[in-house]
Write a protein that binds this ligand. Structure first.
Ligand code: SF4
Ligand code: SF4
Length: 180
């Protein structure tokens, strides 16, 4: 038999339970959540301690971008100095994959935490990250430390060294023949 009002009580119970839970949303834009350190949003230039960009114009990022949305135009002067005319980036078409950052051996670009990318005019989603500026002096990022030698390889190297100590190789061909 159906009892009148049980649905109302059930919904009130659910409403009360959720009322007691802590909020998981924030009052954006008055409040903002702190993004995790490795969040990837709009591409940005990295600057050195002096506040200068670090792009050498090598174009590795342009080649690495699967969306073909980085366009770098460089001119070379008579003295062979390079000049960045345009460093064009279409943020509206970027899928924030980070492949361009990985390709940059000069540590010149990064995925920023700038997620407020909504625009009224879509044409403003294509931006110049650099324009009309000389390239930076080439200074590569520190190499990643090599991985530790596998235990088996280290053990075989030690065994070889021990064998050499017991039976040292002859220093010259004559010495080898004389021993025989
Ligand atoms: S951002 Fe990096 S990879 Fe791209 S052109 Fe500049 S130095 Fe080369
Ligand atoms: S993050 Fe990915 S899609 Fe965006 S510019 Fe870099 S390589 Fe291209």
């Amino acid at each position: 038999m159906r009892i009148w009002g049980t649905g109302v009580l059930k919904s009130m119970r659910i409403a009360f339970r959720n009322f007691m839970r802590p909020n998981i949303t924030v009052q954006y834009p008055h409040e903002r959540v702190e993004l995790p350190e490795r969040s990837r949003w709009a591409l940005a230039m990295k600057l050195d301690e002096a506040g200068a960009h670090k792009c050498t114009g090598c174009m590795a990022c342009e080649k690495a971008c699967p969306d073909f949305i980085i366009k770098i135009e460089i001119t070379t002067g008579e003295d062979r100095s390079k000049h960045i005319d345009h460093w064009h980036y279409e943020v509206g078409a970027c899928m924030m994959c980070g492949l361009c950052v990985e390709a940059c051996t000069f540590d010149a670009i990064e995925m920023s935490h700038d997620y407020e990318l909504a625009r009224i005019d879509p044409s403003t989603l294509a931006i110049e990250l650099l324009a009309d500026t000389p390239v930076a002096v080439a200074k590569k990022r520190a190499p990643v430390a090599p991985a530790a030698e596998p235990a088996s390889a280290a053990a075989s190297a030690a065994a070889e060294a021990a064998a050499d100590t017991v039976n040292p190789a002859p220093a010259t061909a004559e010495e080898g023949c004389a021993d025989a």
